[in-house]
Unconditional design. Structure first.
Length: 301
């Protein structure tokens, strides 16, 4: 019975680690090894496309400080794209053996293809240049350009506490010379889109109006923590600016309250898995105890 419980507990803990290790943010940067998270398509990083075109994005992990093979313990990459410009082609995600992947819709207009690897057997031998996986996107935007980005990407050290030094190379696809800048007024009066050349600044629009609120500023992110500077900040692709507001007669923080954890809600999911695991272990223990007790009674009779 003891051995059975140990095996069951081991399986459950392995599942928990697979689900949670990639969501644990790596700590300090270890410069002993360096990596490049490399996205490409047809060996190119910028390309002109037309609406309806299907593009294949390839993710390769390269060790840049050496050409020798090495032991990989864990890595992750959230390959993020503008879902108003691209749509994921169904069943197009392919990954190398041992790589886990899934597609996630983020809170704003972005989506991500999540790829990760975790070793539970003391690491795995990887080549200095390793193809991780690929997927296809269909271009649905008809104006501007959009970057496909490496986000929250890292290679972890053996103990999982730190991460190795890394850089990232993204890819950009362009439908037209001008980028579309959208203004999300968050309940205020509508603001017209702007067409802006890459590398240029955005013309500051008139402040939107909202009953019961005073306009604060425009922000580059949904949580409204990165205020946009119309004098110095420049456009690199299609984007959205978000209006910040303060309620009249009450002090309000400039940043919107968090509605999800920074890891996309995986921390809450972690507690759900841990709780479920405890319940399963308890139930199995009780079941095996009852079976053993029944056998003892049968033997006594």
């Amino acid at each position: 019975m003891k051995r059975q419980l140990e095996r069951i507990a081991l399986v459950i803990m392995s599942v928990i680690l697979v689900l949670t290790l990639p969501s644990v943010p790596a700590g300090a940067v270890n410069n002993e090894i360096e990596y490049l998270f490399d996205l490409s398509t047809d060996a190119d990083y910028t390309q002109s496309v037309a609406p309806g075109d299907v593009i294949t994005v390839t993710f390769t992990l390269r060790r840049t400080d050496s050409s020798e093979s090495y032991t990989m313990y864990g890595m992750q990459n959230e390959i993020t794209y503008d879902a108003t410009f691209y749509e994921l082609v169904e069943d197009s995600i392919t990954v190398e053996e041992g790589i886990e992947s899934r597609s996630l819709k983020l809170r704003d207009e972005f989506s991500t293809v999540y790829m990760n690897f975790v070793s539970f057997s003391g690491g795995e031998e990887w080549a200095a240049e390793k193809l991780i996986g690929s997927f296809q996107l269909r271009v649905i935007g008809d104006t501007g350009s959009a970057v496909i980005m490496n986000k929250k990407c890292f290679v972890s050290t053996k103990d999982g506490q730190d991460k190795y030094a890394s850089t990232a190379r993204d890819v950009t696809f362009t439908v037209s010379d001008y980028c579309v800048v959208r203004f999300e007024s968050n309940g205020g009066s509508a603001i017209d889109n702007q067409a802006v050349l890459p590398g240029e600044t955005v013309a500051k629009p008139e402040n939107p109006v909202r009953n019961g609120y005073t306009f604060d500023a425009w922000y580059a992110n949904l949580d409204r923590t990165q205020e946009w500077d119309f004098q110095t900040d420049t456009v690199s692709g299609n984007m959205t600016l978000y209006a910040g507001w303060e309620a009249d007669g009450a002090e309000q923080p400039s940043a919107a309250p968090e509605t999800k954890t920074s890891d996309g809600g995986r921390s809450g999911f972690l507690w759900l898995i841990v709780t479920a695991a405890v319940v399963v272990v308890a139930a199995v223990t009780l079941l095996l105890f009852r079976k053993r007790k029944k056998r003892n009674r049968t033997g006594a009779n």
